[in-house]
Design a protein around this ligand. Structure first.
Ligand SMILES: Cc1ncc(C[n+]2csc(CCOP(=O)(O)OP(=O)(O)O)c2C)c(N)n1
Ligand SMILES: [Mg+2]
Length: 365
């Protein structure tokens, strides 16, 4: 009857490949081919420029509330490119370039934030779930898709995004438990951006890391620098390969930072300091990756400027196409909510119809 430590399968690692200035650890560099590396940079820049445009559009009343991903571009772009088209991706709400990469036109992403239900419709043949704002709701869905794959004997995998705040929800634990018991081919990618609106990471969990929660559910956890696209790429690629080989799930904690507002309805100066934001701005994934690409001569000043120009043109085109395609009436959102619309909602509808009429939007009926 001894009293002794219990050995667990605790295989917990931290991974970082690019330092804060974009200097690479040559031994860990995945040496992406130039085409893939430039594509990844382009995806990250697209998210950044779309974000900036969306904030302005929200301020101008051209879209509704918007949740930016500024600072988190590496975490979602480098993960999504590890998935094959036949795999599935289950999105949260800060991954615009993951949608873009998977085949969603950028204007469809804009439609979501513009309040059009068409923004939730995946293009034909794209194996994605749309933006889902209910936090942690993504995880049981991803686990369920992975379970289906396992039952059918498919050699496919599921990537699922969630935030640090989402890890406090029951959905997180239920999905992790089930995925562990059935060793499902799913990668839970937690974007730990340090905040869940105004709740800091320290108040979210007493665990030292989010990654270590995987241990309790019987699978591997990996914490990595989520502002380092190479670390995200290597970590996700390994997890996907393992999942497809029957090795079960992985929990990846991508340590990153939300540089911007939670949403356009939020004022972060009320709960966090400028010093903290400044510290993380120095770790911005975009200049870091650009420095790496310049040093490796994958890009030069001229070709980098061309990427920037192309991205701006793509985003501008998407905004134009979005605004031209407002062929649905925003009032529809009232019409399909209730079988018998309550009086109060009818009044709100009338008020909204009046606003639209003044702005010259929609059919205004
Ligand atoms: C189930 C649920 N509860 C509350 C909310 C309101 N809400 C929206 S985002 C958010 C914080 C989410 O934090 P985190 O998971 O860290 O994601 P982040 O916003 O930082 O990307 C909350 C509480 C929600 N959308 N869904
Ligand atoms: Mg968060």
């Amino acid at each position: 009857m001894p009293r002794k430590p219990i050995k667990t399968r605790d295989k917990l690692e931290y991974l970082s490949i690019l330092d804060g200035k974009g200097k690479v650890d040559a031994a860990l560099d995945p040496n992406l081919d130039a085409e893939t590396a430039i594509y990844l940079y382009r995806l990250m820049l697209t998210a950044r420029r779309l974000d900036e445009r969306c904030i302005n559009m929200q301020r101008q009343g051209r879209i509704g509330t918007y949740g930016p991903c500024r600072g988190q571009e590496a975490a979602h772009c480098a993960a999504t490119i590890c998935m094959d088209p036949e795999d599935w991706v289950v999105h949260a709400f800060r991954e615009p370039s993951s949608f873009y990469h998977r085949g969603w036109p950028l204007e469809t992403v804009l439609k979501f934030w513009g309040g059009y239900e068409e923004g939730c419709q995946p293009p034909e043949g794209v194996n994605d779930l749309p933006i889902a704002v209910p936090i942690a709701s993504q995880l049981p869905h991803a686990m369920g898709i992975a379970w289906g794959m396992k039952l059918r004997g498919d050699k496919r995998a599921v990537l699922c995004y969630c935030g640090d705040g989402g890890t406090s929800e029951g959905d997180f634990h239920e999905a992790m438990n089930f995925a562990g018991v059935y060793q499902l081919p799913v990668i839970f990618l937690i974007q730990n951006n340090q905040w869940a609106i105004s709740i800091p990471r320290e108040a979210q969990t007493a665990s030292e890391t989010i990654a270590q929660k995987a241990t309790a559910y019987g699978f591997d956890g990996l914490q990595l620098d989520g502002n380092d696209p190479l670390a995200v790429y290597v970590g996700t690629r390994e997890a996907v390969d393992k999942a497809k080989a029957g090795g079960g799930p992985t929990l990846i904690e991508a340590v990153t930072y939300r540089l911007g507002v939670h949403t356009t309805a939020d004022d972060p100066t009320k709960y966090r300091s400028n010093e903290e934001v400044k510290k993380w701005e120095k770790l911005d994934p975009i200049p870091r990756f650009l420095n790496y690409l310049l040093k490796k001569k994958i890009l030069n000043e001229k070709s980098a400027a061309k990427v920037e120009e192309d991205v701006l043109a793509e985003v501008a085109g998407a905004v134009e196409r979005f605004e031209e395609s407002r062929d649905v009436d925003p009032l529809d959102s009232f019409d399909y909510l209730f079988v018998n619309t309550p009086e109060e909602v009818k009044q709100q509808r009338d008020e909204f119809a009046e606003c639209l009429k003044q702005e010259g939007i929609g059919a205004g009926h």
